[in-house]
Design a protein around this ligand. Structure first.
Ligand code: ATP
Length: 436
């Protein structure tokens, strides 16, 4: 049974060190979060799972890491300075501000319930602007990128020349993006600073629709393969009035959050809009000459765009479960082993010095390959509970018999079943059970 209440995850995240409110000792910085010892590991695992499947296991995608700060020209060409805005309404009575497209009833204020107090909508640009260099003012403006995508478009020609790829091929990137969201909230679902995992996949124009179908299917399946039950996911095509200015078709992979269906990832057919815009604005050629067919064309782009933090929230919500073991209730995160912060915990049965050297030896032998926790405090039962709650797939217990028989006990998070394994076989044993 996944979490049905966001607070279950928010509390666990705080209690166990996944996610803390940012600047908490100063009262918190609204809707910003810091990722603690476990959260930072899990974020890294989400990123790595994405890079592994989207780049490493394919020969048609390369990875880049572009700058976060960008000059206005980039965002003029992309349309962000003119179009990247939310329609905002203010309530004249309670003075609160809302996104018009989130209102259930355009006459009623969702804050105070008053009727007829909402203003006409105004466009509010979501870009964060700052100044580069010693002088603030015009000519020094730069923007924090609101998506990673523009880095791929402005580097299209560089990558084409240096990577020897040709369409269909993709450029991927993982990194921070910034949006001055009007209504951040729902924990790490919507924040002003967040991390994206985006792929721009360049194809011959006639192949756009089939690649779009391919990426819609592939991206939904990615979440299933990493443990989200298929009935908590759906693909929803945008209505024509929802489409962005560049899009010839967009579908969202949606997740069943505790508050209802919400976007997890967007897959858009961006046509030749972006390369066309940057070619016009920069005066550079951003097209491809196909020597096989003797044709020159501007590739069409299919863009699967996901959020690292939003995916982490979904993985946590789906993995959360409470069950009963021997009459005792426990909380367990049934995370996919690739996503779990620690793959293994090494637990010496007692803190006695006789056990420590062997337990340390086991830790060292495994930590070369895996992120391993080492915990020798409290009773073994409480330590198992703690590892269940942070999603560690296997606990390895070193006990007094281990000193004689050279074996340890492996406990499975999901079944709680235990098995005795020789220390010499331990790594191989874990490798086959983890699958990596
Ligand atoms: P929404 O409609 O929820 O604001 P969007 O359609 O503007 O999202 P995209 O521009 O398609 O989002 O961005 C791609 C992905 O980046 C989203 O699916 C989401 O996972 C992530 N993302 C976008 N904005 C945020 C945010 N403010 N906080 C966290 N993640 C975000």
């Amino acid at each position: 049974m996944p979490a049905n209440d966001l607070d279950q995850i928010v509390n666990l995240a705080k209690r166990r060190g996944f996610v803390y409110p940012s600047a908490e000792i100063y009262g918190g910085f609204r809707s910003s979060y810091d990722y603690g010892p476990l959260g930072s590991l899990m974020l890294r695992n989400v990123r790595e799972a994405w890079v592994r499947d989207m780049v490493q296991k394919r020969d048609d995608v390369v990875l880049i890491d572009a700058a976060i700060l960008g000059p206005p020209q980039v965002f003029e060409a992309s349309g962000h300075l003119a179009n990247f805005s939310d329609p905002l309404v203010d309530c004249r009575q309670c003075k609160q501000r809302f996104r018009e497209d989130h209102l259930e009833n355009k006459d009623v204020c969702p804050g105070c319930g008053a009727t007829g107090t909402l203003t006409e909508a105004r466009a509010f640009n979501l870009m964060f602007k700052t100044y580069a260099g010693p002088v603030e003012g015009s000519g020094a403006e730069v923007y924090l990128r609101p998506e990673t995508a523009q880095g791929m478009f402005v580097n299209f020609a560089n990558v084409l020349q240096t990577s020897r790829k040709k369409p269909p091929f993709g450029i991927a990137q993982v990194g921070k993006s910034f949006r001055n969201e009007i209504t951040p909230g729902n924990f790490i679902f919507r924040t002003r600073e967040f991390e994206q995992m985006e792929l721009e996949f360049f194809v011959p124009p006639k192949d756009g629709p089939s690649w779009y179908d391919y990426w819609c299917r592939t991206r939904l399946q990615w979440y299933v393969d990493l443990g989200i039950p298929v009935d908590m996911l759906r693909l929803r095509a945008h209505d024509s009035d929802e489409l962005s200015h560049y899009s010839a078709g967009t579908a969202d992979v949606e997740f069943m959050y505790p508050w209802g269906w919400g976007e997890l990832e967007g897959i858009a057919q961006r046509t030749d809009f972006d390369l066309g815009q940057h070619a016009t604005h920069s005066g550079q050629k951003l097209d491809y000459f196909d020597q096989g067919t003797n044709e020159r064309y501007v590739p069409y782009v299919i863009e699967p765009a996901a959020g690292v933090n939003r995916a982490m929230a979904a993985f946590l919500l789906a993995a959360y479960s409470e069950d009963e073991i021997d009459g005792e209730s426990r909380t367990v995160l049934r995370l996919h082993p690739r996503l779990a912060p620690y793959k293994v915990a090494v637990l010496p049965l007692s803190k006695k010095e006789t056990l420590t050297p062997l337990a340390r030896e086991v830790f060292s032998s495994l930590s070369d390959r895996y992120m391993v926790d080492y915990d020798d405090t409290q009773s073994i039962g409480r330590r198992y509970r703690r590892q269940d709650e942070i999603g560690t797939p296997f606990c390895v217990t070193v006990d007094f018999d281990s000193l004689d028989d050279g074996a340890v006990t492996i406990r499975d998070r999901d079944t709680t079943e235990q098995e005795r394994v020789a220390i010499g076989d331990l790594e191989q044993h874990l490798r086959s059970r983890l699958g990596f």
